[in-house]
Design a protein around this ligand. Structure first.
Ligand code: NB4
Ligand code: NI
Length: 185
């Protein structure tokens, strides 16, 4: 299972490296990686397991963060209607997005960043995405709210981008043009 010691932190070059497309059918290692990343999120959100193994809670985890350059990430979170979203996205793409943006009023954090970096992180409010499941099935989803924000945070990791790259250094809480704070749309 993935523990905090397996999650690389700022300064590690893999966090600034573009991940490579995954070839199908997946190798046993790729399958195991996909399984383990989703398992980490489920454990981290379970009070008992997170306590027992000292896990920082997460709703998303990208392969770069466990020092792998495979183009995949896991998401495990509820959407605005309380529906559970739980999947591993392989070779994910954003195929279209809204002009309107959104941001978490409390800013973002990252399991690979052991410090708090205040500021708004502008994200597309609504996105249409495509990705493959571990079985090679293509999925197309329309996401908004927290799932849309989390998907973009994870896709950034696969492109070597960190959330704070998007924060307005001069005015971290400056009004983001044509945007609304998440949860107030
Ligand atoms: C990724 C998120 C940062 C902003 C928003 C949130 C948590 C992360 C980072 C968008 C994506 C990890 C991956 C949470 C969390 C809400 C749901 C259910 C019950 C606790 C859990 C707490 F833990 N971010 N952590 N950070 N990242 N919400 N929740 N709750 O997930 O670095 O690249 O269990
Ligand atoms: Ni992150």
């Amino acid at each position: 299972m993935i523990l905090m010691e397996d999650i690389i932190r700022e300064g590690h070059p893999t966090l600034r490296t573009k991940a490579e497309e995954v070839k199908f059918p997946l190798s046993e290692d790729d399958r195991a990686l996909a399984h383990d990343m989703l398992e980490y999120l489920i454990n981290s959100q379970d009070p008992e397991a997170s306590q027992k193994y000292g896990l920082r809670p997460g709703v998303g985890l990208a392969a770069n963060q466990v020092n792998s350059l495979k183009r995949m990430f896991a998401l495990h979170l509820e959407d605005d209607n309380g529906e559970q979203l739980s999947f591993v996205a392989i070779n994910p793409k954003i195929v279209s997005h809204s002009v309107e943006k959104t941001y978490l009023p409390s800013g973002e954090g990252c399991l690979s960043v052991d410090r708090s970096i205040p500021g708004f992180v502008p994200r597309y409010a609504r996105i249409t995405v495509k990705f493959f499941t571990v079985d090679g099935e293509e999925k197309k989803l329309r996401l908004k709210g927290m799932p849309a924000v989390a998907f973009q945070h994870e896709l950034d990791h696969l492109n070597g981008i960190m959330f704070y790259d998007h924060i307005n250094e001069a005015n971290p809480f400056d009004q983001v043009p044509n945007s609304f704070p998440l949860g107030e749309e």
